[in-house]
Write a protein that binds this ligand. Structure first.
Ligand SMILES: [Zn+2]
Length: 110
């Protein structure tokens, strides 16, 4: 069996933009609340996320504020991170155990 290890960074918009004054542009900008996270995975199927960060970012210069996850997460309709990214490693372990026991059962039957 061969696995392809991947890793990367993803950004999801988690709400409506809100107008704020950007100190770097010195202008009113539509700041977008976003969740940025890094992920590592096997075959793009089994993955895990780390270094989650909620932020409000200026669309022009990327200047922004870090948001408190405790304030953000209860307001989200659903977790913005795909299911397989959150529980992928768990699924991988479970399926490896499944394969192992299937192999055992096969040998016992043969
Ligand atoms: Zn700006």
């Amino acid at each position: 069996m061969m696995f392809l290890i991947t890793q990367g960074e993803n950004m999801v918009v988690i709400g409506a933009a809100e107008a704020r004054h950007c100190p770097r542009c010195d202008e009113e900008r539509d700041f977008v609340p976003q969740l940025q996270y890094k992920y590592a995975g096997v075959d793009l199927f089994f993955g895990m996320t780390y270094s989650k960060r909620y932020q409000l970012a200026c669309p022009e210069c990327n200047h922004g504020w870090i948001l408190d996850p405790k304030a953000i997460e209860p307001g989200l309709e659903r977790n913005p991170i795909p299911f397989r990214m959150r529980y992928g490693l768990f699924l991988l372990v479970v399926s490896l155990f499944g394969l192992y026991f299937a192999g055992q059962a096969y040998q016992a039957a043969g």
